[in-house]
Design a protein around this ligand. Structure first.
Ligand SMILES: [Zn+2]
Ligand SMILES: [Zn+2]
Length: 347
């Protein structure tokens, strides 16, 4: 028997943010693979689409009309999953059937007036305006004392269930802290109480020393494949400074974040020469709920693609029933992403 080596042998890795584990099977990548890398047919979209409900000047589903906006633009979701006037209340039966009312405000953010662009195709100055709008929305929503959490996210690509290719994201804010955030708050709190430092500051230090999973970085932010990544090319952006929420960033940090968002998402598109689908979102402190000195802002990218523009990873079988699992190691994924050009493949 050889000595245990995480690069060779099956093992599980701890997600320090959730306390959950992922199964890694590096030996399986040695299987001969006969699939081919298919180039995706990327249809060129027009700059303006008369039928798009997000384009400037167009009519939306609820009958309202978008202004002729020229910069990132936010509005209330016409098909909101949460509504502001839901009555407070609880339902409980025998301690076994439990429910609690959830109310919220759901916003849509158009990243650009241009129908044909995506984040990686936008200029840094344009992405910076998206970051500034995230900050403004965060501050406005947090001013409602009943709102406890503000989830900023983007679903990109139709395989992620995104119904409209116009570049946009969403913000769901609600009167409760959602499950993933309860876990992450708990884990960060435990660490902060024990060491007096943020969990992600120490984790980032370790990653910067090891240099095995870093994809790209600048003065203010680092993008890396987390040690415990589940999705083949999952990444995280972590702020070098411990900041609790997006509105705490300085102007310089906004520029840094815009730059890093661009270099990371361009790499993603270049990986399989396709508009790379993902679900991405910001994790930050709950609001109207104390100081949360343990919280360290970060952003997750969960892309489903595995080997090409059309071959995706499925979370089925063992993963649905037991635990998430991956073959390609986070180290190998980081190396691939790191090696890619920062110039978009269409240019
Ligand atoms: Zn559009
Ligand atoms: Zn997180």
């Amino acid at each position: 028997m050889s000595l245990f080596d995480v690069k060779e042998h099956a093992h599980k890795r701890l997600n320090i943010l959730t306390g959950e584990w992922v199964l890694v099977s590096p030996h399986r990548t040695k299987r001969p693979w006969q699939g081919k890398v298919e180039a995706a047919a990327t249809a060129q979209r027009p700059q303006y689409d008369a039928n798009c409900y997000l384009c400037p000047g167009n009519k939306r589903a609820d009958g309202s009309v978008n202004p002729a906006y020229t910069e990132p633009y936010a509005f209330n979701n016409d098909f909101a999953a949460l509504l502001g006037d839901t009555p407070d209340g609880e339902y409980a039966l025998g301690g076994l059937l439990q429910a609690k009312s959830q109310k919220g405000i759901c916003r849509v953010i158009c990243f650009s007036p241009r129908h044909d662009l995506t984040l990686p195709q936008m200029q840094v100055e344009e992405i910076e305006k998206v970051v500034a709008l995230w900050q403004k929305e965060f501050t406005t929503l947090a001013a409602n004392p009943w709102i406890k959490y503000i989830q900023i996210f983007e679903n990109k690509g139709d395989i992620m269930g995104c119904s409209n290719p116009h570049p946009h994201g969403q913000i769901w804010s609600l009167n409760d802290v959602p499950a993933e955030l309860v876990k992450e708050t708990e884990q960060q709190k435990k660490y902060f109480e024990k060491f007096g430092k943020s969990l992600l500051s120490d984790y980032l230090q370790l990653e910067l020393q090891q240099q095995e999973r870093i994809v790209c970085a600048n003065e203010h932010f680092v993008a890396l494949v987390p040690f415990w990544a589940v999705w083949p090319y999952e990444t995280m952006i972590i702020s070098r400074r411990q900041v609790r929420h997006v509105a705490e960033f300085t102007k310089e940090e906004n520029i840094g974040l815009a730059q890093l968002l661009q270099s990371l998402t361009v790499r993603y598109d270049n990986l399989f020469s396709t508009s790379f689908p993902y679900s991405a979102g910001i994790h930050q402190m709950p609001v109207n709920d104390g100081d949360h000195p343990e919280w360290h802002w970060h952003m997750h990218f969960y892309p489903p693609l595995l080997r090409s523009a059309t071959v995706k990873k499925f979370m089925v079988g063992y993963e649905m029933l037991a635990s998430p699992q991956r073959d390609i190691t986070p180290e190998a994924a980081a190396e691939k992403l790191k090696a890619l050009s920062e110039v978009h493949y269409t240019k």
